[in-house]
Structure formats: C-alpha cells, structure tokens
Design a protein around this ligand. Structure first.
Ligand SMILES: NC(=O)c1ccc[n+]([C@@H]2O[C@H](COP(=O)([O-])OP(=O)(O)OC[C@H]3O[C@@H](n4cnc5c(N)ncnc54)[C@H](O)[C@@H]3O)[C@@H](O)[C@H]2O)c1
Length: 262
C-alpha cells in the first residue's frame, strides 16, 4: 500500500520541475492528486488532474479549491505550495516593481493557497501543508536578497501556521532545496549553454559536489505529506547536498555572486 493511500493532495505549481516530480511521486504513493499551474502540464500524469490556475489570483485559487472539495466530499489532506519565481539581482539594482512582483507571487501564492485550504483541514482535524522555500530561506546569500526575503517569509508563515494549528491536527513544513536541475535553473537563471559551462561552479558551492534532481525534493515532500512524519511540524528541511550546513572552503559566496543563483 502506498504511503499516501487514501489521501487527497492539492498542488500549486505542478506543471513542471519540482512540482511535476512531486505530482508523480504523490500518485505513485497512492494519493488522489489535483494539480494546478498557470501553464499546461509538461506531462500528463495518469491519476492526477491538472487545472489552469493563477496562484496569485484570489478568485481563481478559491474557485479551484472549492471545485476540489466538491469532488472529494470536503477532503483535502495535503497541500503543496510550490509556486515560485526567481530574481537574481543585488538590492541596489532591484526596482520597486520587481520587489512588489516577486513578493506578490512567491508569498501571496502560498498565503492564498493555505488560506483556501486551511479551514477544511481544521474541520477534518488533519492536514499536512508543505511549502517550497529554498536554501535562500534559511541563510543569507548576496546574489538574490529579495528572492531570499520571500523565501524567508515562507518559513515564517509556515512556522506560525505550525504553532497556531498543531492542536487542530495540522502540520506545516517547508522544503528548502539547493540548486536543483529544473527549467528554473537552466532557463530562467541562466542560459542552457551557461548551465552546461558553469556546472562546475554550481557543484563547487555544494558539499555533495553536484546539483540535485527534482525527484530528490519530491521524495522529501512525500515524507512530509505522509503520516510517517506525523510528529514533524514547523521544520525548514534543506534538500541541498549539505549546502546550508556551512561554507565550503574557498569563496563560495563570490561564486554565487558571479552566477546570480542559489
Ligand atoms: N530549481 C532550483 O534550483 C530551486 C532551488 C530552491 C528553490 N526552488 C523553488 O522550487 C519551486 C519550484 O521551482 P522549479 O525549480 O521546479 O522551477 P519551475 O519554474 O519549473 O517551477 C515553478 C512553477 O511555478 C509555476 N508558476 C509560476 N507562476 C505561477 C502563477 N502565478 N500561478 C501558478 N503557477 C505559477 C510555473 O509555471 C512553474 O510550473 C519554486 O518555488 C522555486 O523558487 C527551486
């Protein structure tokens, strides 16, 4: 029997990357999955429904969650808030519009998703909320201060939900990935060619000596979603090959600066 057998899981940001890998793992572990994203899914996953939802839009999020609840008879056991965009810029180069935009996406999406689902988890006296933060949510990095601020905000939101709602059977935790090989890393933060050329610099800043794979994050999300983690609440879990544990010999931060990435 799967570790999530019988559970209903809602995913925001499930079309590709870490989100899609998690949708697959959730289904493989027996969950009924309702995935959503602003884009079409890169891969149809049998056993998972996919909806087009802008996770920053209050009405769309509420309507999507209402639709899931109508189909499941009022049950959502797992919420995965995974929507995020990156901004790799020093503070002095960051415009107010960029600041507002990334907070309005990274933090607002998790707020709206959680606010829509939480009352139903409370009514059912059970629920696991997992939110994708980052390495940058547990440590300072020079290259992307505003992105990191949004990811710290998600840790604060999560810990507060954990302490406020534990007595109602709710758990809230973050996963904090290091560099993971996804479209965000290859396409948004740098060109695909740069990614190939600069792999050695990315790996040099990670004690494990490599970037991670999306499924390696998904496995941790499954653990936090499952009853195996029933006494784990309010943690920010690095999945980063040891990167958040301490600085590597040499100047890792100058590497981060040069790359403008985590
Ligand atoms: N890849 C990494 O190295 C890395 C490291 C640390 C944290 N993260 C975080 O992991 C999460 C997933 O990132 P990923 O690497 O899989 O990148 P990704 O770009 O493939 O995934 C992000 C997903 O969010 C979706 N999205 C963006 N705006 C949206 C909106 N308004 N409404 C709904 N969906 C929206 C995108 O369409 C995409 O599917 C993000 O929160 C990111 O910040 C990634």
């Amino acid at each position: 029997m799967g570790r999530l057998a019988g559970k209903v899981a809602v995913v925001f940001g499930g079309a590709r990357g870490i989100g899609l890998a998690t949708v697959k793992e959730f289904v493989a572990e027996g969950a009924t999955v309702f995935s959503s994203d602003i884009r079409e899914t890169a891969e149809t996953v049998e056993g998972a429904a996919h909806s087009l939802v802008d996770a920053t839009d209050e009405d769309q999020v509420d309507e999507f969650v209402r639709g899931v609840l109508a189909e499941t008879g009022g049950r959502i056991d797992v919420l995965f808030n995974n929507v995020g965009i990156h901004l790799g810029k020093p503070l002095s180069d960051t415009t107010l519009a960029e600041f507002d935009n990334i907070f309005a996406l990274n933090v607002r999406a998790a707020f709206l998703g959680t606010r829509a689902v939480l009352p139903h988890m409370i009514a059912n006296k059970a629920g696991s909320i997992i939110t994708t933060s980052s390495n940058g949510g547990v440590m300072g990095r020079p290259a992307d201060p505003v992105y990191n601020a949004t990811k710290h905000a998600l840790v604060g939101l999560t810990k507060s939900i954990a302490v406020a709602h534990a007595h109602q059977g709710i758990r809230a935790n973050t996963v904090n990935p290091g560099a993971i090989d996804t479209d965000m890393l290859r396409g948004t933060l740098m060109s695909p060619e740069d990614f190939e050329a600069k792999q050695h610099q990315l790996t040099a800043s990670t004690p494990a000596g490599r970037v991670g794979e999306a499924w390696e994050v998904a496995k941790a999300v499954v653990f936090l979603a499952s009853d195996e983690s029933r006494f784990v609440n309010g943690v920010a879990l690095p999945i980063d090959g040891g990167k958040a544990a301490g600085a590597m010999p040499g100047n890792r931060y100058s590497l981060d600066f040069e790359l403008g990435v985590r």
